[in-house]
Design a protein. Structure first.
Ligand SMILES: Cc1cc2nc3c(=O)[nH]c(=O)nc-3n(C[C@H](O)[C@H](O)[C@H](O)COP(=O)(O)O)c2cc1C
Ligand code: FES
Lengths: 174, 609
């Protein structure tokens, strides 16, 4: 996989948002890391969650910062980010539209809902709009299967979604 | 305040009871789990609070509780008279109904569907509640509520009057089997870790709940978090572990919040931490997050994920009970497994064995979803038949359609057809049917679901979620998917079926972990139960369920077509011709089978063939 973060002229997040950097630094400083290298690694996923929560995504400079603080190899950090679907090194939209494609939603027609979002937003799965307003992704089960098909926009869960509701869900993002 | 011994706990509980007796007699319980909230429970909760304070009635108290499992009628409100135990549950409640419901008017839920543990079974109720006994009854954010329901009594008993070996024995005798899917005897697993001499041992709660369609673990964590904590202290004591970790999937923010709160409360009372009940036993807990990888539900992958690595399973043995987290003895148990423990301790192993079947004692929580009328979360004794679950509790298939199959065991399980519906289900019978218990997700399918498509769905799932470490799973899964795709697009041959079987056999036998070993199950099960559907796709180039787009053609019935032109306007490729008020025709060569015309037609003139 090639990373696009070095090729474009994207501003360095750590420099642009010193207060965010400070927040992450403080979070890591509070951890009881210890000196055992193996066990220090156990804090990696927690730190990445926090970092993604603060910055929205995990560009290279943030990965490097986390790696440095935990004294881990860059490859270890990137390896974890690329393995877990929750982490992303690409900027994401302000509204993350997650269409559940878990089994319960699948049998209740999640594919149609996903198609409707694709056509209404003009995005493919996994893409973000140019203005970074929307990101469209599919996820596997949010645990609200009884309301299938389910769409989650950031933290808000919509249940029993029909294709007709899609424009309204998008409108609610204003 | 610290609770130092069982007497203090009893005194505190008694005190709370006295206070409760003086407090409100009528409890208004609003079910507010993730799904309740999604269905609109928050404004309902607010409306009831407002209405109660408007009436100035000190006899009424509004509580936010966890999931009762009545997902089909969410938001639900239960009006409970604490003195008489009489309760009425209202479903599909809107905020503006608050006043009417307080006067007893609204859509009531039949009692045969659900009755709370402390009420007598009205006789025809199929459910029995051990795991979900408190869910929906107590405010999960209040430790006092948990005390009032006998909370932490089991832990007190264990820590002050039982030896670790006695606890392990009790769980062994109860016959409890792991609810995370495999059904491994819990007591046996504990005894392996207990026998290790290592100073440092770990206890992990597997709350990754990756099986799409299953949400019982979420319900327990959101509805009764203290039960999980209590069970973990007991288990830690039994195996000699002083560190507990709850590994929760990142998709469950509300569960994490409530667990965190419960942990803070328990710590304040000294119920977790150092020298619990002055027994000399220390136990502390923390939460670790998953990050969206299904395979991390597998225990060795989960341990690697906690260690900050890519969640790739490793070869067993050594089993985690001997060398797990940081190479120390580690026990991994599922949330629902733990939730059974306090009840077993309080009521005894013999009691537990009276419920369920001989080989699988106790209850199992199932989430029934899909094409069934009453979707929800149910807890039934092991040995209940699928028919009772789907047609009894689930009240049959939606929209009068015909039942086709039920999928159990998630991506590792299989489909069960009509003919096996009367089998009493437990771990062993499901396995014999070519499926498995899994975590308890049950997805009901009707005649509109194509079984080849369903098999493809699951294979795609395991293919996407394969960690890529071992070749049979990584490559075999992709190949199976390719063949299924070929069949569903109408290009399959009968030889493909043999190739799939061969591949399935190879993937099953040669994969490293349970993900690969069970990945072919949905394909094999559907091939065994629905061979005619596979043949129809291959030989007749037809999808009997009308699901596989390439294999259906849309045809306009000239009798019914009114020439309204709507379909022609909706068609994205312009393959429908016909003038206003004249019969329209679809050009089959140009048609992309998108179904837009089918959905648009207001005269049911277009049919799938
Ligand atoms: C691919 C795969 C996914 C699994 N996912 C889960 C899961 O989400 N939750 C769970 O409790 N067990 C899961 N398991 C089973 C665990 O490996 C383990 O057996 C279980 O947590 C043990 O707990 P129990 O004995 O209480 O069932 C999974 C297994 C495999 C092979
Ligand atoms: S399958 Fe969609 S929420 Fe569970």
């Amino acid at each position: 996989m090639t990373c696009s973060c070095c090729s474009d002229n994207r501003p360095n997040l750590l420099e642009t948002y010193p207060e965010k950097r400070q927040k992450l630094d403080e979070y890591i400083s509070k951890l009881d890391l210890g000196d055992d290298m193996e066990r220090r690694k156990g804090f990696l996923i927690g730190c990445l969650h926090e970092a993604q929560h603060i910055f929205g995504y995990l560009p290279r400079e943030v990965q490097e910062l986390v790696g440095k603080r935990l004294r881990l190899q860059q490859s270890d950090v990137y390896g974890v980010i690329s393995f877990y679907s929750f982490f992303t090194d690409q900027p994401v939209g302000k509204y993350k539209i997650n269409v559940c494609t878990g089994t319960a939603c699948f049998v209740r027609g999640a594919d149609k809902i996903l198609e409707e979002f694709k056509s209404k937003l003009g995005l493919e799965e996994g893409q973000s709009s140019a203005d970074l307003k929307f990101t469209l992704t599919s996820i596997r089960c949010v645990g609200a299967c009884s309301l299938a098909p389910v769409v989650m926009v950031n933290d808000r869960v919509y249940g029993n979604v029909t294709a007709k509701m899609v424009p309204e869900i998008i409108k609610n993002c204003e | 305040m610290l609770i130092n011994n069982p007497e203090q706990l009893s005194a505190l509980t008694l005190d709370l009871k006295k206070k409760a007796d003086k407090a409100a007699k009528i409890q208004i319980l609003v079910s507010m789990g993730t799904c309740g909230i999604a269905a609109g429970a928050t404004p309902v909760f607010e409306a009831f609070k407002k209405e109660v304070s408007r009436r100035g009635n000190n006899d009424m108290k509004v509580l936010s509780v966890g999931c009762v499992g009545l997902c089909h009628s969410e938001p639900t409100v239960e009006i409970l008279n604490v003195e008489t135990g009489k309760s009425t549950i209202f479903g599909n409640v809107k905020p503006d109904q608050a006043a009417a419901i307080l006067d007893g008017k609204g859509e009531q839920i039949k009692k045969s569907w659900y009755f709370p543990e402390d009420e007598k079974n009205p006789g025809d109720c199929l459910q029995a509640r051990i795991v979900l006994r408190n869910s929906g009854r107590i405010d999960p954010e209040s430790i006092d509520d948990y005390f009032l329901r006998g909370g932490y009594q089991a832990m007190a008993k264990v820590l002050t009057s039982m030896k670790p070996a006695e606890v392990v024995d009790m769980v062994t005798v109860s016959g409890l089997r792991g609810r995370g899917g495999g059904g491994f005897p819990t007591g046996k697993k504990w005894s392996i870790a207990a026998a290790q001499t290592s100073e440092e041992k770990y206890l992990i709660c597997n709350a990754d709940e990756g099986d799409p369609g299953a949400f019982m673990d979420r319900a327990v964590m959101e509805g009764d978090p203290h039960a999980l904590l209590e069970a973990m202290v007991i288990a830690g004591y039994a195996i000699g572990a002083r560190h507990g970790i709850i590994y929760v999937r990142a998709e469950y923010p509300l569960a994490v919040k409530r667990l965190q709160l419960a942990m803070d409360q328990a710590r304040e009372y000294g119920l977790i931490g150092k020298n619990i009940f002055a027994s000399g036993f220390d136990f502390d807990l923390n939460i670790k997050y998953g990050a969206g990888a299904f395979v991390c539900g597998e225990e060795t992958a989960l341990i690697r994920s906690i260690s900050g690595m890519r969640g790739m399973p490793i070869y067993k043995p050594p089993f985690p009970a001997i060398a797990g987290l940081w190479a120390k003895p580690t026990i991994v148990n599922n949330v629902e497994t733990f939730a059974n423990i306090p009840a077993i301790i309080r009521k005894g192993a013999a009691w537990f064995k009276t419920i369920g079947t001989a080989g699988s004692p106790g209850t199992k929580v199932f989430s029934i979803t899909g094409k069934v009328n009453k979707v929800g979360l149910i807890e039934v004794p092991m040995g209940t038949t699928l028919r009772n679950i789907i047609f009894g509790l689930g009240e049959g298939i939606r929209n009068g359609r015909k039942f086709k199959a039920v999928q159990t065991g998630g991506p590792s399980g299989g489909c069960i057809a009509e003919k096996s519906l009367d089998t009493p289900i437990d771990y062993d019978t499901l396995k014999a049917l070519g499926s498995m218990m899994g975590s308890g997700g049950m997805i009901v399918m009707d005649e509109d679901d194509c079984m080849v498509d369903v098999a493809k769905f699951f294979v795609q799932f395991t293919m996407d979620e394969s960690c890529g470490k071992c070749t049979p799973c990584r490559v075999g899964g992709r190949q199976m998917f390719g063949l299924l795709q070929k069949i569903t697009s109408g290009d399959g041959t009968l030889e493909d079926l043999d190739t799939i079987k061969d591949l399935a056999h190879a993937v099953k036998t040669a994969s490293l972990c349970g993900l690969g070993m069970t990945a072919p199950n949905p394909v094999l099960a559907t091939m065994a139960c629905f061979p005619e559907e596979y043949r129809a796709h291959i030989v007749d180039r037809k999808c009997p369920a009308g699901k596989c787009t390439n294999l259906i053609s849309y045809v306009i019935d000239p009798e019914k077509c009114t020439g309204c032109t709507l379909c022609a306007r909706k068609c994205p490729v312009g393959c429908i011709s016909g003038k206003v008020k004249e019969k329209h025709v679809i050009d089959q060569n140009k048609c992309i089978h998108c179904g837009a015309c089918y959905e648009a037609c207001r005269f049911s003139a277009i049919s799938k063939q």
